[in-house]
Design a protein. Structure first.
Length: 292
């Protein structure tokens, strides 16, 4: 066995590499990168594109001289040829995405638009129906602002933002809350509605329709690419006993997820609705109710 790496007192042989990569959970990442390289192999860049990619790479990695360039190559154990390929790799991946799925974007966007539209809304949640009804009437009659009541009475993180949430895509809130917001007009106030353990008062502030701009194109292309890549990685891991990557041709994607998670700090997801909206009662002083 030939030694390919020397780490302290340990000599790493060629036959050890797969075992080590698997043990450190790095094997899927290696296979993924090989699959990408195979996919973008036919993609070419113009001289101007390659030059611009090089300038961006040097700027990002603070390579300002021959000395820092050689130091970077040495530190990463690369050859100049590998570095050249690395500098244009991201560009080739973007070209691959556009060439493979660009003609599917319009129809895919239209099928997803209802989940990609964004809303800004105000929300107050409580577990006391009496408080919820009094809050609703005070906002409805203009006795107090929604923001003031949210700061004082809402039991969720929205209390720290005057009850304001968003902009978030309509795929982020609970489906029942999303449906309420979808059919709302800006400024429309919903009466207390039970959602799981909470009773919520909701008001739509603004509806922001999704646009097929450059950012949206990049996002949708990346969704297609990620699903395709995962399919090929799964195929490689299960169908190749020797773990030799075998790339499949990009196939139509039958079921992309309706949405991707939104980890925005402003996003608030409400638990599932378990009962219908409650009826509003006459206003009463805001105090804990004796009802369960």
């Amino acid at each position: 066995m030939s030694v390919v790496l020397q780490v302290g007192d340990r000599a790493i042989a060629t036959d050890d590499l797969l075992h080590l990569l698997a043990g450190y959970q790095m094997l899927p990442q290696l296979l993924q990168e090989i699959l990408i390289d195979q996919a973008i192999a036919p993609i070419t860049c113009t001289d101007d594109e390659a030059k611009q990619a090089q300038e961006q790479f040097f700027a990002q990695n603070q390579i300002t001289s021959e000395e820092t360039l050689h130091a970077w190559i040495s530190r990463h154990g690369m050859t100049p040829e590998q570095l050249q390929a690395l500098m244009t790799r991201s560009l080739k991946v973007e070209k691959f995405k556009a060439e493979t799925w660009g003609n599917k974007l319009e129809s895919y966007f239209l099928s997803r638009k209802s989940k990609l539209d964004k809303v800004i809304y105000s929300l107050i949640r409580t577990q006391d129906i009496g408080i919820a009804q009094e809050i609703y009437f005070r906002v409805l009659e203009g006795e107090q602002s929604f923001a003031e009541l949210a700061r004082e009475y809402s039991k969720g993180p929205e209390a720290q933002t005057d009850g304001l949430i968003g902009p978030v895509e309509l795929s982020v809130p609970h489906p029942n809350l999303a449906q309420m917001l979808t059919v709302s007009q800006p400024g429309q106030l919903w009466p207390p509605t039970r959602i799981g353990e909470w009773i919520v008062i909701v008001r739509l502030e603004k509806f922001v329709p999704a646009q097929m701009d450059d950012a949206m194109r990049r996002r949708l292309l990346t969704e297609f690419f990620n699903v395709w890549l995962q399919e090929n990685l799964d195929h490689t891991m299960t169908a190749s006993p020797g773990l030799q990557p075998a790339i499949a041709s990009p196939a139509p994607i039958n079921a992309l997820p309706d949405s991707l998670p939104d980890f925005s700090a402003s996003a608030t997801t409400i638990p599932a609705i378990t009962s219908a909206a409650t009826s509003a009662a006459s206003p009463a002083p805001i105090a804990p109710s004796s009802e369960p």
